[in-house]
Design a protein around this ligand. Structure first.
Ligand code: NAP
Length: 279
């Protein structure tokens, strides 16, 4: 029930009307008994500072931040977490000790999703990442922070691969396709396999190259099963799509805003329902 005490959280972006975040977070508020409401606000490039000013003025819980504001909003935050400063991107803004803080929860969401789906920690594992964009960089950094033994990046454009690998610090390096043979975790962080042409029929690599114990993660959640995931499942490998990362980056944001554990089950169900309604 929205009342005079209800606090607001919002996603800002352009475009933003397609976002599943309102469904995920409102389900979370309801399940946790939090007096909050989450809305999607179209904010054009160059106007992110106004959204932060609104958060300050109205004492909102915080913001989720998507394209095109992930870099622009950094200048409006009072503080940045080490992760967001290193990645040069913010996807979540929250209050801490009276200050507005910018964080990036994508990589943390990915690592939490591994734990939730497989009980898997990256500690000591060789991890191979396809892609070197924003998502790959966030995942590379968080895998290293979680103790991965190696974070190996493969990308179409070699210069970008070096940048993404550097986000994993000492355990990061650029690799070759031969690195797949003994990888414990392989992640597709490219749009290859996404639900529209030209990507839908593409696979980033041949799953026949993987060891039977490998875990395969595709950051794509639409379609729910890419060709790569179907092939890996057919080989009997453990697989996940991008839904756990989507949900758990939201759970991390929810926890920044409210200080209570995110209700994972309710938020997952809302995300799944949103995806089902799109397919
Ligand atoms: P991005 O910044 O645009 O980076 C895309 C990366 O994929 C680049 O490294 C690019 O290589 C590579 N790539 C693109 N098309 C390719 C092709 N045809 N062949 C080989 N490589 C190709 O994108 P992003 O934001 O990192 O997102 C990457 C994927 O992760 C997308 O599918 C996105 O939907 C997904 N994602 C999921 C979540 C989640 O919550 N599940 C969150 C964020 C992103 P170059 O460097 O050579 O251009």
């Amino acid at each position: 029930m929205i009342s005079a005490t209800t606090r607001v959280a919002a996603v800002i972006g352009d475009p933003v009307r397609h976002s599943m975040s309102p469904a995920i977070h409102n389900a979370g508020f309801e399940a946790a008994g939090i007096d909050g409401v989450y809305v999607a606000l179209p904010v054009v490039s160059g106007q992110a500072a106004l959204a932060v000013a609104a958060m300050r003025t109205f004492d909102w819980f915080g913001l989720s931040v998507t394209t095109p504001h992930k870099q622009e909003i950094m200048a409006s935050c009072d503080e940045l977490t080490d992760t967001s400063r290193l990645l040069g991107a913010v996807n979540c803004v929250f209050w801490k000790d009276g200050k507005i803080v910018g964080d990036s929860t994508d990589g943390d969401g990915f690592v939490r999703g591994l734990a939730a789906d497989f009980g898997l920690s990256p500690a000591g594992l060789k991890c191979v990442l396809f892609g070197a964009g924003g998502a790959a960089g966030a995942v590379a950094h968080s895998l290293a922070a979680a103790g991965a033994a190696e974070v190996v990046v493969l990308n179409r454009t070699p210069d970008r691969a070096h940048v993404a690998a550097s986000l994993a610090g000492a355990v990061g390096r650029v690799g070759t396709i031969g690195d797949l043979a003994d990888a414990a975790l392989v992640v597709n962080a490219t749009p290859m396999g996404m639900g529209s042409t030209p990507h839908v029929d593409q696979v980033p690599f041949d799953v026949a190259a993987l060891q039977p114990a490998a875990v395969v993660s595709d950051l794509i959640y639409h379609p729910a099963e890419t060709r790569m995931i179907r092939a890996a499942r057919a080989r009997g490998l453990r697989v996940q799509n991008g839904l756990p990362m989507l949900v758990h980056q939201a759970v991390a944001a929810f926890e920044h805003w409210t200080g209570v554990p995110g209700p994972v089950q309710a938020m997952t169900a809302a995300a799944q329902a949103g995806l089902d309604s799109r397919s």
